[in-house]
Design a protein around this ligand. Structure first.
Ligand SMILES: [Zn+2]
Length: 82
């Protein structure tokens, strides 16, 4: 039996954070956004689990930002799921 597996990249917008500041890159006063970028393991093209992911705090205007740990970003989210 042939088992088809692979991986698929994904991008998820997590919404607003509680951080509002003047972006050092574009100088707009913005509400920073949370974003998750990662890769899922797929089996017969169905995503099974997340293999790796990175969490970012991003400026919604210019996209400048920085990587944070998942736990750190969660403490900044307006609608935290945890
Ligand atoms: Zn910006």
């Amino acid at each position: 039996m042939l088992i088809v597996w692979g991986s698929k990249g994904f991008e998820k917008n997590l919404g607003d954070t509680i951080i509002q500041h003047e972006c050092g890159n574009c100088n707009n006063h913005v509400t920073m956004q949370g974003k998750e970028l990662g890769r899922k393991f797929t089996l017969f093209w169905i995503p099974i689990f997340t293999m790796s992911s990175s969490h970012y705090l991003l400026c919604p205007v210019c996209g400048a930002g920085k990587e944070l740990s998942k736990r750190m970003l969660a403490t900044y989210m307006v609608n935290s799921e945890d």
